[in-house]
Design a protein around this ligand. Structure first.
Ligand code: ATP
Ligand code: MG
Length: 559
């Protein structure tokens, strides 16, 4: 038995336990896993779970993880997706080294394996059309019927299969099927298709092939060819495992990877299938695959989620055999916990109200000292210009304020972060509408830096930005993409899109942010975490709000 502290053994998941066992019994000496995306869309947070699991296992057990593109559906696949998938896996922090493969690299081998199955009498060319195949298949209660073409001779099958390969037959007129058991209680075992005719270009093999292998035939053999030890996939493939094993056993392959299933990730307030995400993109409900409201890795990245937060999230949700739904707020929690440690603080006012400090000299600009990150001394400090006119948040002022309102109100005094105490003397309103236009305040020159020499206490500290030195910017504030917790259950998920998922606002920020670069993440003090959009320019800053500072739901929802 291995000598592990008890606690560690207890927290291991069932896949780690299987691998532990296989190493102990010497079934394997080196672990090889794979992440097998189909390049038919961008990766989403569900894929991140699979990536972190497969690459994580390889790292933990000092093995390797292959990145294999499962590209057997030429119509839907594209090199754009291949590139984006590579970028996303790397960005998440994983490396495949030499081990980037494509199922299409194995098309020659797969063809040979299919020929072998025919020679073994375990596969046949079937002329039934799709509707007939369906009718012959039976259902969960009734066994299927054998195809009238099932007993073709090996020679005839070899001949026809070669004809399929040469393009002699029309699409849909023939398929190669496994000969297994039309009465099997497992529908996947009722003579499943292995090859179909598709006269279309493939993103890698061009027009070399006009027959393409099916997923179930391709996957197990690709795993085998790569010497995968543990083929980890999601639960919906559990019923396909007998077929996975049947193919490898029938061909008596030199190695036989073990398929292990785990529960896929489901998240509240979003959809997580590439088909649905593609629909959102194609119909223009979002601005692209990397729209910051999308649950895609590229969307989350653009939104400002650090890779470490996504890894942390995948770690926390764990690996289980039972399907469940995870609250989106857990992902936000992970983002906050990483961003709190890593992002610099700045002051930004998202709903500006002008304040004129009437006793402050007109042309004076003072440089106040700000701390960049109280969680990280190495982040240093910065200078923040202070001037006679500043902006504060509208929400930080109330004309008729209750006693417990510790912010600004007529006659009340507050601290301006890193600057002075100010007292509100006057409220200037639009005579017609009554709207508050600006506040007139006085400052106490003795309180520079935010402390008072006479020990006078103020309860509230407000953030602010100099009106003359601050920089106007745009910010995107995001809300859930869907109004319902489970949009998939809504019938048509498009119907429950949140029409207010994006709000664009003008804000004013410290001039120091002009030097920031696309992708930089910062905290607007008291407001939230923001990230500079990829389209941001120094003269036209554009921020995406990653997440608010606190969980705005936590207060209203009992867990
Ligand atoms: P989708 O249903 O979103 O189109 P998919 O399963 O068709 O996803 P693939 O490209 O085939 O997408 O997936 C690659 C790998 O990622 C597979 O091993 C799959 O099991 C895994 N995966 C996909 N979605 C999830 C999820 N929500 N949670 C965990 N793993 C997932
Ligand atoms: Mg798939």
């Amino acid at each position: 038995m291995s000598e592990k502290p008890e606690e560690e053994v207890e927290t291991r998941n069932f896949i780690e336990n299987i691998i532990d066992g296989d190493l102990e019994t010497k079934k394997h000496s080196k672990i090889i896993t794979r992440f097998p995306p189909e390049p038919n869309g961008y990766l989403h947070i569900g894929h991140a779970k699979s990536i972190c699991l497969n690459f994580g296992l390889a790292k933990q057990f000092e093995g390797v993880c292959h990145l294999r593109f499962d590209d057997t559906n030429p119509e839907k696949e594209d090199t754009e997706y291949v590139e984006s998938i590579r970028e996303d896996v790397r960005w998440l922090g994983w490396e495949w080294g030499e081990n980037n493969f494509f199922a299409s690299d194995y098309f020659d081998h797969l063809y040979d394996f299919a020929v072998q199955l025919i020679e073994l009498g375990k596969a046949f060319v079937c002329d039934l059309d799709a509707d007939q195949v369906k009718a012959y298949r039976g259902n969960l209660k009734e066994p299927g019927k054998e195809s009238p073409f099932r007993n073709r001779s090996v020679e005839e099958n070899l001949d026809l299969f070669e004809g399929m390969k040469k393009g002699l037959f029309e699409e849909g007129s023939k398929v190669l099927r496994a000969k297994i058991d039309m009465a099997s209680p497992n529908m996947n075992m009722r003579d499943p298709a292995l090859y179909r005719i598709r006269k279309v270009n493939h993103h890698r093999t061009g027009n070399k092939w006009c027959i393409y292998p099916m997923y179930d035939f391709t996957h197990c053999l690709s795993d085998m060819l790569e010497g995968i030890t543990h083929s980890v996939c999601t639960l919906e493939f559990e019923d396909h495992r007998p077929l996975y094993d049947w193919v490898l056993e029938s061909l008596e392959t030199p190695c036989h990877p073990q398929q292990i299933e785990f529960a896929r990730l489901n998240l509240t307030h979003t959809v997580m299938s590439k088909r649905k995400l593609l629909k959102l993109v194609e119909e223009g409900h979002v601005q692209g695959w990397d729209d910051p409201r999308m649950p895609t890795i590229s969307g989350l990245r653009r939104r400002g989620y650090p890779a470490a937060a996504i890894r942390e999230f995948c770690d926390r949700i764990g690996i289980a055999k039972r399907n469940n739904v995870i609250e989106f707020s857990l992902l936000e929690f992970c983002a906050r916990s990483i961003l709190n440690k890593t992002s610099n603080r700045v002051m930004g006012v998202v709903n500006p109200l002008k304040v004129v400090i009437t006793n402050y000299p007109e042309d004076l600009v003072e440089e106040m000292d700000g701390v960049n990150n109280p969680e990280d001394d190495s982040a240093g400090g910065r200078k923040i210009p202070f001037s006679r006119e500043i902006y504060i948040e509208k929400e930080d002022f109330m004309e008729e304020a209750p006693k417990k309102f510790f912010r600004l109100a007529p006659g009340r005094e507050v601290r301006l972060r890193y600057a002075y105490y100010i007292t509100c003397q006057d409220v200037v309103k639009d005579p017609k509408t009554g709207e508050i236009l600006e506040l007139h305040c006085t400052y106490d020159p003795e309180t520079r830096g935010g402390g008072s020499p006479d020990g006078r206490k103020v309860k509230g500290t407000l953030h602010w930005v100099s009106a003359s030195k601050g920089v106007w910017a745009k910010a995107n504030l995001y809300d859930n993409l869907f109004t319902q917790e489970s949009p998939e259950e809504a019938g048509d998920f498009i119907e429950v899109l949140n029409s207010e998922s994006l709000k664009e606002i003008d804000c004013i920020v410290e001039p120091y942010l002009k030097e920031s670069l696309a992708g930089d993440r910062i905290q607007f003090e008291r407001i939230g975490y923001f990230c500079l959009d990829k389209d941001s320019k120094p003269e036209e800053l554009l921020f995406n709000r990653t997440v608010t500072l606190r969980d705005s739901w936590a207060k209203t929802k009992k867990k």
